[in-house]
Design a protein around this ligand. Structure first.
Ligand code: NAI
Length: 289
């Protein structure tokens, strides 16, 4: 049976994911929830098997039609070697593999997709390019290997690399014919410090607390999961039809404070050739509807 108006939310059992589910349900939407526990689809997105199962079960439950997807499952940069692998697997592959598997259902529903990124993408220095590139090539081993030299900071590095990569994947895919021509709209919401169990866990260790409190937050208070849910709901609505490949920062001003002039930026000379190639390719592909 085809069900109209079905949404899927990963990371639905806590924090932003949970707030997004509550908000969608209060608007009368049907939501399929995905998480490690307390969800319609209980799955471990850190493993290939868990991701395959989650993809399949959601397709069955949705009847092959999704009007929206919110990818909020993720781990923060927690200390410990084991977290490097988990962060890489959940934050990047737990988004990209699922969205690829759901492509046809998203096309059937002309879906809006919101991926939860992070302002760590623009605020973390020294993130190795190799790690970002490796993610985009689907190579977790190389991505993890590239941050090993950072020792105790490796979880923060893989976290930022996974979020940069997933954000780039969205920006590249959002305008590709496979997605945009099917009516799918993909965008990223990049939060700053939001008071959720993830942040609470980080604040509970003195060293991490010091780091978080030292991080510039111009508005001088943490964000709320409900506030983020309101932004995400807007990005899932019909009004967001014209939004495609955008990255919306909702971060209390951290990104603007640290790197106000980093973007928007004029096209650098060195990129002119690639830019011209894309203009030409558009001439062959593009017709307004
Ligand atoms: P949270 O910890 O409250 O919720 C994350 C959810 O993801 C949890 O329900 C958890 O069970 C689920 N999850 C974790 N590993 C999983 C796995 N292997 N398989 C299935 N589900 C799994 O965290 P929060 O704060 O709501 O985070 C949501 C997203 O926002 C994450 O991607 C996080 O990286 C991102 N983010 C959070 C910020 C913050 O300050 N809270 C800042 C910037 C980005």
């Amino acid at each position: 049976m085809i069900m109209a108006g079905t949404y899927v939310v990963t990371g639905s059992a806590s924090g932003m994911g949970r707030a997004i589910v509550t908000r969608l349900q209060s608007e009368g939407k049907r939501v399929i929830t995905v998480d490690l526990h307390d969800a319609d689809v209980v799955a471990d997105l850190s493993t290939v098997q868990g991701r395959t199962e989650a993809s399949r079960k959601v397709l069955v439950l949705s009847g092959g039609l999704l009007e929206g997807a919110v990818m909020a499952a993720g781990l923060g940069p927690r200390p410990g070697k084991e977290f490097v692998r988990l962060i890489a697997q959940v934050n990047y592959f737990g988004v990209v593999e699922l969205l690829n598997a759901w492509h046809d259902a998203l096309a059937a529903g002309k879906a809006k997709v919101v991926v939860i990124g992070s302002n760590s993408t623009t605020a973390t220095p020294l993130v190795p390019r190799t790690a970002v590139r490796a993610f985009l090539h689907g190579d977790a081993r190389t991505a993890i290997g590239a941050v090993r030299i950072f020792g105790k900071a490796a979880p923060s590095m893989i976290y930022a690399a996974s979020k940069i990569a997933v954000t780039r994947w969205v920006r590249r895919s959002a305008t590709a014919a496979r997605w945009v021509d099917e009516g799918i709209r993909m965008n990223v919401l990049a939060p700053g410090a939001i008071m959720t169990p993830l942040l609470e866990k980080q604040l509970s260790t003195p060293e991490e607390r010091r780091n978080i409190e030292a991080f510039p937050l111009p508005v001088r208070h943490y964000g709320t999961a409900e506030g983020i849910a309101a932004w995400v709901t807007m990005m899932l609505s019909h009004e967001a039809d014209f939004m495609c490949g955008s990255v919306v920062f909702v971060d209390g001003g951290s990104d603007a404070y640290l790197r106000p002039d980093a973007w928007p930026k004029q096209v650098p000379g060195i990129q002119l050739l690639g830019y011209m190639r894309k203009m030409k390719a558009w001439g062959e592909r593009g017709k307004l509807r």
